[in-house]
Design a protein around this ligand. Sequence first.
Ligand SMILES: Cc1cc2nc3c(=O)[nH]c(=O)nc-3n(C[C@H](O)[C@H](O)[C@H](O)COP(=O)(O)OP(=O)(O)OC[C@H]3O[C@@H](n4cnc5c(N)ncnc54)[C@H](O)[C@@H]3O)c2cc1C
Length: 398
Amino acid sequence: MSIVDTPERRQLRELTRAFVTQEVLPHLDDWERAGEVPRALHATAAKLGLLGVGFPESVGGSGGDLLDSIIVTEEVIRSGGSSGLIAALFTHGIALPHMVAAAGVGIGGSLVGRLGGTSTPGDDDLIQRYVRPTLAGTMIGALAITEPDGGSDVAGIRTTARREGDHYVVNGSKTYITSGHRADFVTTAVCTGFPGSGSVSLLVIDKDSPGFTVGRRLEKLGWHCSDTAELSFVDVRVPVANRIGAEDTGFLAIMQNFAAERLSLATQAYATAQRCVELTVRWCRDRETFGRPLVSRQVVRHRLAEMHTRAEAARAYVHEVAVRVAAGEPVVTEVAMAKNVAVAACDQVVDQALQLHGGFGYMRDAEVERHYRDARILGIGGGATEIMNEIIVKGMGL
Ligand SMILES: Cc1cc2nc3c(=O)[nH]c(=O)nc-3n(C[C@H](O)[C@H](O)[C@H](O)COP(=O)(O)OP(=O)(O)OC[C@H]3O[C@@H](n4cnc5c(N)ncnc54)[C@H](O)[C@@H]3O)c2cc1C
């Protein structure tokens, strides 16, 4: 029995599938048109324990580890959900881990729990004020790193936080922030000294802080049910108590959480590929051209075989790397390879899936059309494919 296929994890799959079937599928098209998912969905997912998967019970989570989070992500998409839904509903997966780690609480098996450092009363306070309500589905959080001048170079951020007594005064702007419109608070990367990786700190900034403006809702190619925002900070006063961990440790915190984020994106990629294989097999059985079902033609059968192989190979490799991350191995290079392998598989599969659906594949009514659009961000967000390649060549000693 595979480590990702235990009886408990099969139950988690069933719970996730039932949630998607009952609470998501009847409404997903409406949310895609509305540009966001409702807050009530967070509360429902929290009640079922799905929102807290991967977070310790001591901070309001449901327990479990990185592999459990992967199971939930995989099953949401394979049940007919989407990577856009994952982005919108599980934004806390990138907004909260730094707070949990800074409070000295390990997130089971993921690298974020091993930041080290000493927990402070302020960090425990952040757990009470932000982590618990978010995992209970009553607050929404976002993570803001990317700026208009660039996202790949995290050390190059220009949003400044100047210390004035018990406060920081924050100035700058962020862009492409997932759930930025709905978020009650934003875990924000700021520069607290001379620009560079050694001066990045993380502050939790409340939405109603004077000087904090959420700009226009950004329109996108895909992820339509996930709201994306520009944020502006003009002399925003943020209490020092809202700093996560020690000053100037933000870069390390961000890098350490990237492992979980990249594996989540890799999971979204292979799960999207798997879902598209399923949809396309079904379509090719039903659709007839020139008097025969598409699936009877060897060229189509081979294409389906290649799509299936790519999706399954990506899944196997991502699982292997996730198991190593969960065991605490420092596999930064392998995480980068897993993301690139899964994204490449997904890109090829969604393209072929749409092609085999013919004109219908280009229609909004076709589920593969949504996956085709949603998939494109996976090779850009959380570190672009080229940034993953940089990490891989370093791992190769080049
Ligand atoms: C839908 C969506 C949601 C997002 N959500 C969030 C969020 O919640 N929080 C957040 O902080 N950010 C978010 N982002 C931002 C995302 O993380 C960045 O877009 C990404 O990191 C790339 O940064 P950039 O867009 O500034 O591209 P740039 O850094 O300007 O890079 C542009 C392109 O150049 C190439 N490139 C860059 N550097 C190199 C290099 N060294 N060598 C070779 N090629 C290179 C890559 O192809 C890259 O895609 C989101 C983006 C999108 C589109």
